[in-house]
Design a protein around this ligand. Structure first.
Ligand SMILES: N[C@@H](CCC(=O)N[C@@H](CS)C(=O)NCC(=O)O)C(=O)O
Length: 210
């Protein structure tokens, strides 16, 4: 049975589709238009009561929260495709650490900048310059820590590509693309090399073409 991925156009959904692509798992994207409020219909709320994408349906199994979904498939298909978790419990711990850091220290400032730089006029709210500047400052501090980490190991989780790196790709794409802050990556030598490495993976090229 092919896995259905609801809301493929958005960053959090791309995170999980990237995981499926690395694992060589087939999926079917099901478009959900947030601008038309399709995530708040009674049918969608049956699937995801918080009214957010992504959601997956795998047969009669339904799951939401992109990071829960990538952990689920990385474990379920551990020996298929790219091993995204590490070989030992200790490697796994480090991978999980950087996935958590992405969720709490990286995604939120980029989301705030994206909303206020790219979507304020479309969604009808006033762009908040103060929030944009504060978010950039927060993100800069996080990136300085990544720079140090990546001067010590090739990838965030260690010497192997893992969920720790994969989980950063969709939001970094916003940063270097629509919100035009690529200098935040390029000003940091090791972060810049890491970004070139991970964003050139065939899995990401495939997701970008969807
Ligand atoms: N923690 C959730 C966040 C999901 C999320 O923020 N989804 C956004 C699109 S990327 C969304 O559905 N926004 C619409 C809304 O919150 O009303 C996850 O990782 O799955």
């Amino acid at each position: 049975m092919v896995i259905k991925v609801y809301g493929p156009a958005y960053a959090s959904s791309k995170r999980l589709m990237l995981c499926l692509a690395e694992k060589g798992i087939e999926f079917e994207p099901v478009p959900i238009d947030l601008f038309k409020g399709e995530h708040k219909t009674p049918e969608f709320l049956e699937l995801q009561p918080f009214g957010q994408v992504p959601v997956i349906q795998d047969g009669d199994y339904t799951l939401y929260e992109s990071r829960a979904i990538i952990r689920y498939y990385a474990e379920k298909y551990k020996s298929q495709g790219t091993d995204l978790l590490g070989k030992t419990m200790e490697e796994r711990g480090v991978v999980e650490q950087w996935v958590e850091i992405e969720a709490h220290n990286y995604h939120p400032p980029i989301l705030d900048m994206t909303m206020h730089i790219s979507f304020a006029s479309k969604l009808g709210f006033t762009q908040d310059e103060k929030l944009i500047n504060e978010s950039e400052e927060k993100l800069g501090k996080a990136l300085d820590i990544y720079e140090k980490r990546l001067s010590e190991s090739k990838y965030l989780g260690g010497e192997f590509f893992s969920l720790a790196d994969l989980s950063y790709i969709p939001m970094t794409e916003y940063l270097v693309g629509p919100i035009e802050k690529e200098y935040m990556i390029r000003d940091r030598k090791h972060v810049s090399i890491w970004w070139d490495e991970i964003s050139n993976r065939p899995s990401w090229k495939k997701i970008q073409q969807l």
